[in-house]
Design a protein. Structure first.
Length: 364
């Protein structure tokens, strides 16, 4: 981009929005007017540019830019949800689809807390505290980073005049690893599901999660065509999360040979005639499982009934890996089965690997 001549203000198209740029006393200035870049708005923007140029020449330039900002740049005119939704529109073509999921998820939290209100300095700490009551600290910290980035962008786009998130922080204290379920607890949970009048529908779903260590989305998105003819091998390359079918978390598919008990369980529930696109474990009312409903209604109550300390349903994966490694299975094989990066698996579960290093006898 050519250098802006001294004392002049240029009008540019910045991602479809009118923006003014200039230099004054060796410093570069930017002013986004909150106007789409079109012929009518460009004439309005040029009038603002002329005003700034005259003020610089007359020595009346407002270095805070406050006097040049239009009325609609006040925070009160832009809701928290509105600012972040505009930020998502801006980021859509710049980030991966899985990253966008975090953005859309954060919109839901903003809608529930703010409704149509703006985010002000006085309530942003309450919002973060509310997030911490519902999310892990590391996740809340990441969401705070997204909010701060969105409001920094919003200032550039003349949507807001300040960033109330900028000075906030979230502590991420060390956290004790969740306890895996014992074998006795696993048996008690599965039996309780089988015997429960309302929740028996979930029994084999829970059993499969414990027996394979699959991610929740992988089980929720499992179709009959993902199993071979005798249900001894499962292909895991599709998931269902946040209401959408998509590829796996790592974007890599894998095949897993199932245990005989899992194979027999699947054969016993396979319908005839078989619709290969049908879900293996649909929700009671049909369609994919809703993990949040399952956790709040069925899972929580079954654990209470069994007198077992609450752990989230995803702990079925942690339990499977823990018992595999504790039994002396090769970590490489476990990582292949669960779709883990080997380094991640070793970092998280190294304490469970049972082996005693022994130096080789090179002379015998």
């Amino acid at each position: 981009m050519p250098r802006t001549p001294k004392g002049s203000v240029s009008l540019v198209d910045k991602d479809g929005w009118a923006q003014l740029r200039w230099r004054y006393q060796g410093k570069r200035y930017y002013l986004s007017l909150g106007l789409p870049y079109d012929p009518v708005n460009c004439r309005v923007a040029q009038q603002k540019a002329n005003q700034i140029q005259l003020d610089m020449l007359a020595g009346h330039f407002d270095i805070t830019l406050a006097s040049y900002k239009p009325e609609n740049q006040q925070v009160r005119n832009h809701s928290a949800v509105g600012v972040f939704q505009k930020f998502i529109t801006f980021k859509k073509k710049r980030v991966q689809p899985r990253t966008l999921e975090k953005y859309y998820g954060l919109v839901t939290w903003l809608e529930e807390f703010y409704g149509g209100r703006p985010a002000n300095t006085g309530d942003v700490e309450d919002f973060i505290q509310w997030l911490l009551e519902n999310l892990e600290p590391v996740t809340a910290k990441e969401r705070l980073g997204l909010l701060s980035a969105a409001w920094t962008w919003g200032i550039q786009k003349a949507l807001v005049s300040e960033n109330p998130w900028a000075d906030l922080s979230v502590r991420n204290p060390p956290k004790q690893k969740p306890k895996p379920f014992t074998k006795d607890e696993v048996k008690a949970i599965i039996q309780a599901f089988h015997k429960h009048s309302r929740f028996r529908h979930y029994a084999q779903y829970v059993e499969f999660k414990f027996q394979t260590g699959c991610r929740t989305g992988e089980v929720n998105g499992l179709r009959w065509r993902h199993l071979n003819d005798d249900c001894s091998v499962v292909w895991l390359g599709e998931t269902h999360t946040h209401g959408q079918f998509k590829d796996t978390k790592t974007s890599k598919a894998r095949e897993v040979k199932l245990s005989p008990s899992s194979q027999q369980m699947l054969l016993s529930r396979r319908p005839e005639p078989l619709d290969e696109d049908a879900l293996v474990f649909p929700a009671p009312e049909g369609g994919p499982m809703n993990e949040r409903n399952f956790a709040k209604r069925a899972w929580k109550r079954i654990l209470e009934q069994c007198g077992i300390d609450y752990r989230i349903p995803y702990n079925t994966r942690h339990t499977f890996i823990s018992h595999c490694l504790a039994a002396g299975m090769n970590p490489v094989e476990v990582a292949q089965m669960t779709g883990h990066n080997l380094r991640t698996l070793l970092e998280k579960y190294a304490g469970l690997i049972k082996f005693t290093p022994e130096a080789p006898d090179l002379f015998n």
